[in-house]
Design a protein around this ligand. Structure first.
Ligand SMILES: NC(=O)c1ccc[n+]([C@@H]2O[C@H](COP(=O)([O-])OP(=O)(O)OC[C@H]3O[C@@H](n4cnc5c(N)ncnc54)[C@H](OP(=O)(O)O)[C@@H]3O)[C@@H](O)[C@H]2O)c1
Length: 268
């Protein structure tokens, strides 16, 4: 698949995706409009203001500006949107209805919620559209987001708020747990460099085990928890009155509620 893609906004998330798609040869050409981005830093052709006029049309237009600027960039879309052009918006909380209202052309709109792990090609992206896509458009978008991790199509728009609360914000939860583990390692007398490395590489090792085919999360935990052993002592503490699970449920509910709130334009 060789795609011609336009990015509106080429900041952290936009450039991570665009450069990964170019590096993997999935996109043959990327043009990015961004007043900040530096052309020398990127493989994409970066322009500061208007989209350069060429003969070709874009297969995809990726909206990668902050949510508050989405209406503005969509209302001045270039003429090079062909009959098959599809719009993908990364903007957190901006609903498909709001995107369609802001759009002057009748192109289908897809919302995508990736996470920061797309930087290391291990991202999770939730995808949603309320409009029928052609098989080619559906495959194109799936291929793009699978190339930077895993893509999941959702049936209901509200599920994107849940994706935001779980995988969108999720890397930060694991970073926090690693920080706490590194602090504990220090408190137990390990040297600082080793303490941090043990926390990081334990997270990496556990993630790799969790992602083996047919792995079962509870079975993985039970396999390293022999009765009255060291792991058992720690797990008993985490599971005492369901304390850890309750904390995770409360934290993710707070993120979910905040995602819904941010989706209401007057609450941003
Ligand atoms: N980062 C993430 O992990 C993540 C995850 C999921 C979704 N998202 C979504 O992705 C979008 C981008 O986030 P980000 O973290 O990549 O933000 P960012 O780094 O601030 O990137 C946005 C870029 O767009 C530029 N821009 C502003 N006005 C523009 C215009 N009129 N035309 C073209 N470009 C313009 C910005 O320039 P200025 O600095 O001058 O404004 C900035 O360089 C957001 O809507 C966010 O909700 C991000």
């Amino acid at each position: 698949m060789e795609m011609n893609i336009l990015f509106l906004g080429y900041g952290k998330m936009g450039s991570t995706l665009g450069e990964a798609w170019l590096a993997q040869g999935i996109a043959s050409q990327i043009t990015a409009v961004d007043p900040q981005a530096d052309n020398n830093e990127f493989q994409a052709t970066v322009v500061k203001q208007a989209v350069p006029v060429t003969e070709s049309t874009f297969d995809l237009i990726v909206v990668a500006v902050k949510p508050a600027l989405v209406g503005q960039v969509l209302s001045c879309l270039p003429a090079q949107t062909g009959a098959d052009t599809c719009i993908v918006s990364l903007a957190a909380g901006v609903t498909t209805q709001r995107l369609q209202t802001a759009l002057a052309i009748p192109a289908p709109v897809v919302r995508a919620m990736p996470n920061t792990a797309v930087q290391v090609l291990a991202g999770c992206t939730g995808l949603y559209t309320s409009q029928p896509l052609s098989e080619k458009q559906h495959d194109m978008i799936t291929t793009l987001f699978d190339s930077v991790g895993r893509a999941y199509w959702l049936e209901k728009e509200r599920e994107l708020d849940a994706v935001t609360a779980i995988s969108g914000s999720g890397p930060a939860y694991y970073h926090l747990f690693s920080e706490a583990l590194a602090d504990s390692a220090l408190a137990l007398g390990l040297p600082p460099g080793i303490a941090t490395d043990l926390a990081k590489y334990t997270a990496l090792g556990a993630a790799k085990l969790q992602c083996l085919p047919d792995s079962d999360l509870a079975a993985l935990r039970r396999n390293v928890t022999s009765p009255n052993g060291t792991t058992h002592a720690a797990i008993e503490t985490f599971e005492q009155a369901g304390v850890l699970r309750q904390l995770v449920a409360a934290a993710t509910s707070a993120a979910y509620r905040r995602s819904i709130e941010l989706g209401q334009p007057d609450r941003q």
